[in-house]
Design a protein around this ligand. Structure first.
Ligand SMILES: [Ca+2]
Length: 169
C-alpha cells in the first residue's frame, strides 16, 4: 500500500512536468498582428518567442503588433530581426528599419532604428512609460529621392525579416 502511494505521487509529479500549463505563450512577446499591417508576408511569424520563422517586410511595408511593454531600467524592447538582399555585399547604409511605439490613446512615436545585422537589437522607451503597440517600418529614412530608385539590385529584393519582438519589462 505504501509503495502505491509513492507511485501515485511520482505519477502526479511527472504529469506536472510533462503537461504544459494552459497558457503556454509568454506574455512578454508580441501576441497579435494588428490589421494596419502593410505589405508584410506571414506577419504571424513575428509573434511569440523566436522560432526561426520570419515575417517578411519589403521596402515601404510595416508590421504592427500588439506588445505590452513597461519602461524599466535599461533597454525595454528586443527585436529579433534579420535582413536579406545583401548577399552580394551591397546594402545601402540608409536602409534600416524604424521602430515606432504607441501608448494607449497616444500617437506613434519613433524610438530608434535597427539594422537587422545582429539579433536581438534593443531599444529604450525614453520618456514613454508604457506601450501597447509597436510598428516596425522598413524604408529609407530622411531621403525622399531614394524612394524612386528600383528596389531590385542583382535580382535580390531587399527585405527586413522579423522573428520575434520581446518586452523586457
Ligand atoms: Ca518567429
Amino acid at each position: 500500500m505504501k509503495r502505491n502511494w509513492h507511485f501515485f505521487i511520482f505519477v502526479i509529479a511527472a504529469l506536472g512536468i510533462l503537461i504544459p500549463p494552459v497558457q503556454t505563450q509568454p506574455v512578454s512577446y508580441a501576441s497579435r498582428v494588428l490589421e494596419e499591417t502593410y505589405l508584410v508576408t506571414e506577419p504571424e511569424a513575428a509573434l511569440y518567442a523566436p522560432d526561426g520563422r520570419y515575417a517578411i517586410i519589403p521596402a515601404n511595408g510595416f508590421l504592427d503588433l500588439e506588445l505590452v511593454a513597461e519602461n524599466g531600467p535599461g533597454d525595454d524592447i528586443a527585436i529579433y530581426a534579420g535582413r536579406s538582399g545583401s548577399e552580394e555585399g551591397i546594402w545601402p547604409e540608409m536602409m534600416s528599419y524604424g521602430v515606432l511605439v504607441k501608448e494607449d490613446g497616444g500617437d506613434w512615436k519613433a524610438i530608434g532604428r535597427g539594422s537587422g545585422i545582429s539579433a536581438p537589437e534593443k531599444f529604450e522607451l525614453g520618456e514613454i512609460r508604457r506601450i501597447t503597440k509597436i510598428r516596425i517600418l522598413f524604408k529609407y529614412d530622411e531621403n525622399p529621392n531614394l524612394g524612386v530608385r528600383p528596389w531590385r539590385l542583382h535580382g535580390e529584393e531587399y527585405v527586413i525579416k522579423v522573428d520575434a519582438v520581446e518586452a523586457l519589462h
